[in-house]
Design a protein around this ligand. Structure first.
Ligand code: GDD
Ligand code: MG
Length: 354
């Protein structure tokens, strides 16, 4: 069986004003069809006989939100690992791997970000089943998405030949490049043999620990020390603050995936989307004849290709194209659909001005 390891440490600032530091996007039903939050949808897509109870890794400030959302979705976690400080994804996964390896070094872990949309869950589960065969043999498996734009916000995977062992649908990774600049990404797209890294990984706890031993020994010893001195009860496992804070801070992509020669890729078409910004939500939602996505009490006049969400007050837009308007009870965001990434800068400013 495979243990889902759900990463829920991001702040989701580009989805402000719905997503807030105290209550980031993964806890919201920003896309959820049945009112489930993105975290709940993530946990629910890795349920069934192939999967064990999930391990969650989150900031300690969010512990009650996470526990409550799991309870609401009727999911009993194996444990919720709490980070007293954020050290990015490589150390978060290291803590999960060390904890799992303690009982079973061969345990397979399916690392999942908690803020992605996957429309075709059975395609996802089939891909996981293929990947498991390679992970059992020591591969660090990634899931490759066919790119449709030279985005610099993703990792790029160059696909090689079939992975040794002739497992159907599993390929060697010739190169893994995290977040190349746009010009480089454009070249990759032209060659046709690159995929986006979905940010989902499958490997055994032992294989990941081995990779850390090679490439990030300090991260590994920090995770071990943070667990040795952790405060634990039935649900929560709070990492030791001093030990975990001493860990180098880096993402799994830069810290491990760019270096390892054990990487494999399973290409999968599963309606995947990283709901990073409002423009991404516009992309995947159903649009009216004018290309608009609206939610709540919205009135549009001669407006096209826009995303308008009203809450607490009616919103009317006339004569505009490609706009994003999002209102909540205490804030209003207006931006261009093409500049939706800039919302992050607004949030940074808000933070500094207190
Ligand atoms: N527990 C924990 N602790 N989770 C974290 C932390 C942390 O310190 N930092 C980030 N996360 C969680 C985020 O909540 C998110 O769910 C996931 O880890 C990935 O982090 P992001 O910060 O969103 O990464 P990214 O989007 O820049 O890049 C990654 O995802 C892309 C696809 O969406 C990379 O894996 C890229 O290669 C990939 O293309
Ligand atoms: Mg992301």
């Amino acid at each position: 069986v495979i243990t889902p390891v759900i990463l829920s440490g991001g702040s989701g600032s580009r989805l402000w004003p719905m997503s807030r530091a105290g209550y980031p996007k993964q806890f919201l039903a920003i896309h959820g069809r049945n009112g489930s939050s993105m975290l709940q949808e993530t946990a629910l897509r890795a349920q069934g006989e192939a999967f064990a109870a999930p391990l969650l890794v989150c900031n300690e400030e969010h512990r009650f939100i996470v526990a409550e959302q799991l309870r609401e979705a009727a999911i009993e976690p194996r444990a919720i690992i709490l980070e007293p400080v954020a050290r990015n994804t490589a150390p978060a996964v290291a803590a999960a791997a060390v904890k799992l390896a303690h009982h079973a070094p061969d345990a397979l872990m399916l690392v999942m970000p908690s803020d992605h949309v996957i429309l075709d869950v059975s395609a996802f589960q089939e891909a996981v089943a293929k990947a498991a065969k390679a992970a059992e043999k020591g591969a660090l498996v990634t899931f490759g998405i066919t790119p449709n734009a030279p985005t610099s916000g993703y990792g790029y995977i160059q696909r090689g030949s079939l992975w040794p062992g002739n497992l159907p649908g599993v390929y060697e990774v010739t190169r893994f490049i995290e977040k190349p600049d746009e010009a480089t990404a454009r070249r990759y797209l032209e060659t046709g043999d690159y995929a986006w890294n979905s940010g989902i990984f499958l490997f055994s706890a032992g294989s990941y620990i081995e990779a850390l031993e090679k490439f990030q020994p300090d991260m590994l010893s920090a995770a071990r020390a943070a667990l040795e001195n952790a405060e634990e009860d039935l649900t929560f496992c709070r990492l030791d603050e001093e030990a975990f804070a001493a860990s180098p801070s880096d993402s799994i992509d830069y810290a491990v995936m760019e270096h390892t020669d054990q990487a494999a890729v399973v290409p999968v078409d599963m309606g995947w989307s990283d709901l990073g910004a409002w423009s991404a939500l516009w992309e995947i939602e159903e649009k009216d004849a004018q290309g608009n996505v609206t939610r709540g009490d919205v009135l549009l006049q001669d407006t096209r290709n826009s995303f308008v969400q009203a809450d607490h007050a009616m919103v009317a837009v006339a004569g505009l194209e490609d706009v994003v308007v999002v209102t909540t009870d205490d804030a209003v965001l207006v931006t261009s659909r093409h500049r939706a990434q800039d919302v992050k800068q607004i949030v940074d400013k808000l933070k500094h001005e207190g």
